[in-house]
Ligand binder design. Sequence first.
Ligand code: ZN
Length: 150
Amino acid sequence: MNDELEELYQQVILDHSKRPRNFGKLPDAIHVHGDNPSCGDEIRLDVKFGPDGSVADMKFTGTGCAISQASASLMTLKLKGKPRAEAERLMHNFHTLVTSDTEPDTKGLGDLVLLRGVRKFPQRVKCAMLAWRAFEQALGEGGAVTTEGE
Ligand code: ZN
């Protein structure tokens, strides 16, 4: 394994993929199904928004590679309880982190910065972004999202 790949599979990532946080389902929530066929990752994201639009609660279930599941787990920890504008800011900054050579404002991303190594591996970017695309979809009412054709 080279150093860049090794960086991707640090203890925190492996831990979150093996013991995902906020794993489960929420009744009466917006459900989004996310699908990354190129790797075989799937997630179901359940989001509850508060009356003010904040992310009141969030859970997910899924199967797939360590990157996709760890990203989902870390995402729920970071977004839960956040005002909508803050959640959107974090989503935007995470996207920049994993797709661009420009360093985004990483404030608030916490352990999610460990996933920045995926930017070197386009297939892995789809894995890391799957949960976030599902969240983006949830912001716009729910439904299904796929990374196919990107
Ligand atoms: Zn994957």
